[in-house]
Design a protein around this ligand. Structure first.
Ligand SMILES: CSCCC(=O)C(=O)COP(=O)(O)O
Ligand SMILES: [Mg+2]
Length: 261
């Protein structure tokens, strides 16, 4: 088995979700279709609720920022014109969500609404999150060895907790020391990794970040975070240069901690 030695200064392992702990297929074939199929009904049912109104306000703000983009869908403010007005707004939100999802955008606004929508399905037990089989045993081992384990995903912290709390491996939320999402910054910006280190209370070089996306790995590395790119079935292919440049792993079991034999 190929082994990647974890540098001695590493005390924190920071994990991406989609393509790293969890198959991209689970996200693309289960989580995202659920949103597309249910968003209209969800908005009709929850429109008056404060949480839903906050989500819509955030989406409207994002739509304003996106107005220069090709195909962007604006979300009008209420004109106070009764039921027709409401249906027009709901349709605009649906169209905006579908447009963002067609581009796999990682905006905080989209991710927040998605997290709130998945809540019902996870809590009802009709959806269970998938993890690669090496993930749970490796994370347990790292924690036993004294490592802290954090998550950094574009999915909202609330959505992350749903996945870890309702997985095919059971409730594995206790295996995670903390969660970060795009509220701390985007994953392709190196400043996000400095902020994460500061929030954890460590130096950036105490962190090892595992991700499937090389742009995220480069941003982390620019902040002096150690990185390894995770190669999983269904992940996007890497160029020859990327394969040469980055440390690659295909399973968490390939990581060898400093004290391990
Ligand atoms: C954790 S929520 C489900 C996945 C998701 O919406 C997403 O955007 C995952 O992105 P990641 O940063 O984990 O690759
Ligand atoms: Mg990912």
């Amino acid at each position: 088995m190929v082994v990647l030695s974890v540098p001695a200064e590493v005390t924190v392992i920071l994990l991406d979700i989609e393509g790293t702990t969890t198959p991209i297929a689970f996200v693309k074939d289960i989580l995202f279709p659920y949103i597309k199929e249910n968003v209209k009904e969800y908005l009709q049912t929850h429109w008056e609720e404060e949480e839903c109104q906050q989500d819509i306000n955030l989406l409207r703000k994002q739509a304003e920022e996106d107005s220069h983009l090709d195909g962007a869908v604006p979300i009008p403010a209420a004109s106070g014109n009764g039921a027709d007005d409401l249906q027009r707004m709901i349709q605009a939100v649906v169209d905006n969500v579908c447009w963002q999802m067609s581009l796999d955008r990682k905006t905080t606004a989209l991710k927040q609404l998605q997290g709130h929508m998945w809540r019902a399905a996870f809590k009802a037990g009709s959806m269970k999150a998938e993890f690669f089989e090496d993930v749970v045993p490796a994370v347990r081992k790292w924690r036993e060895a004294g490592m802290k384990v954090y998550i950094y995903s574009s999915g909202s912290v609330e959505a992350q907790k749903l996945l870890f709390g309702h997985s095919t491996e059971g409730d594995i939320l206790e295996l995670v020391d903390g969660h970060f999402d795009t509220k701390i910054g985007h994953k392709v910006e190196s400043e996000s990794y400095r902020k994460i280190a500061s929030s954890i209370g460590c130096s950036t070089n105490n962190i090892l970040f595992l991700t499937d996306v090389t742009r995220e790995a480069s941003a982390a590395e620019e902040a002096d975070v150690h990185v390894a790119v995770v190669v999983r079935p269904g992940n996007a292919g890497l160029t020859d240069d990327e394969k040469t440049y980055f440390s690659l792993i295909t399973s968490f079991s390939e990581l060898c901690l400093p004290s391990s034999t």
